[in-house]
Design a protein around this ligand. Structure first.
Ligand SMILES: Nc1ncnc2c1ncn2[C@@H]1O[C@H](COP(=O)(O)OP(=O)(O)OP(=O)(O)O)[C@@H](O)[C@H]1O
Length: 304
């Protein structure tokens, strides 16, 4: 469990995180979503105690991380591609980490198996591909058998196989009862991986919802209508809650009325339709609308 309370972080005049509060619960994957520069990495660094909050507080499994006697067992994190000595093998890197943190040597073999690096464990890490480096970073994060796992943009730069692997691993870790918190700037990726979403933009909380709720509430349907008599149709469709736009002659995009209702109105008024199609906004579009609104709000507030 991660509990973030009224967290803010300023770097001089720049506010990277503003009064952020949310909880990350065990047993599910929670996605931490926001455009570049939204404050995700800053928040994750504060959760790890690597950066001090300007105001607010964070606990991991009930206490600030520094108050736990066994931090590596409480949380394992992959924050950015870590600099690993290129001449050192994956095995030696993990063995050194285990030795300095009181983790038994046997656990090194377990995590190497878990991330699929066992066969290349004795090779120099300098020769690793991006995907292998990411797997080694995740092995390091899992070394202490942590109750909470936190990964910052783990799929960045990975091929489809690597992405699928991370997705499956995160779900498995959550199914084991762990708290799993993973950041991304891609809504589509989070929709496939996470069950819950914490969405931030400009350092502020925009949404704290289940993926299902987000998909349902955010994806408004637009009905695309093509008719040689589109102009005559407009006043018949207009009404409270209905928005009609026209990108080209003979074409209407209608929000607020179902396709069936539009079809019936056209039929009753003997208007010919050449096309009548419902289109749902993609998740990515819904996410951009949500975060764009906040950007505008923030600008207005700053101007006031
Ligand atoms: N050490 C720092 N000094 C000054 N500004 C910083 C520092 N760290 C972060 N920032 C600023 O704070 C804001 C949030 O950055 P952060 O890296 O947390 O965002 P992010 O959501 O993780 O984005 P990205 O995916 O691009 O890393 C950005 O405007 C960034 O420039």
């Amino acid at each position: 469990m991660i509990d973030v309370q009224n967290l803010s972080k300023s770097y001089g005049p720049k506010t990277a995180v503003h009064d952020l509060s949310f909880q990350v619960k065990p047993g599910i994957v929670t996605g931490f979503l926001g455009p570049n520069g939204a404050g995700k990495s800053t928040t994750m660094r504060m959760i790890m105690g690597l950066d001090a909050p300007t105001t607010g507080s964070v606990t991991v499994n009930g206490r600030p991380l520094r108050d736990h006697p066994d931090p590596l067992h409480q949380i394992g994190a992959l924050l950015e591609a870590k600099a690993i000595h290129p001449g050192r093998s994956a095995y030696h890197h993990l063995a050194a980490l285990a030795a300095t943190n009181g983790v038994p040597r046997a656990r090194v073999h377990e995590v190497l198996d878990l991330v699929g690096l066992h066969d290349v464990a004795r090779k120099r890490a300098g020769a690793f591909s991006l995907g292998m480096g990411q797997r080694l970073g995740i092995a390091s994060a899992l070394l202490g058998d942590p109750r909470t796992v936190m990964l910052d943009e783990p799929v960045n730069g990975l091929d489809p196989d690597g992405i699928l692997w991370i997705r499956t691993l995160l779900k498995q870790l959550a199914a084991e009862g762990r708290t799993v918190f993973v950041s991304s700037h891609l809504m589509s990726e989070m929709a496939l991986t996470a069950e819950h979403l914490v969405v931030v933009a400009r350092g502020r909380l925009v949404a704290d919802v289940s993926v299902d709720e987000f998909v349902e509430s955010a994806s408004t349907a637009t009905v695309h209508v093509r008719s040689p008599e589109a102009g005559a149709l407009v006043p018949m469709l207009a009404g409270p809650g209905v928005t009609i736009t026209s990108a080209e002659r003979g074409v209407l995009d209608v929000v607020g009325l179902e396709a069936s209702a539009i079809g019936e109105i056209a039929f009753r008024n003997r208007i010919v339709l050449h096309e009548l199609a419902t289109r749902h906004a993609s998740l990515e579009e819904a996410f951009m609308t949500l975060t764009k609104d906040l950007t505008e709000y923030t600008t207005l507030e700053a101007a006031a």
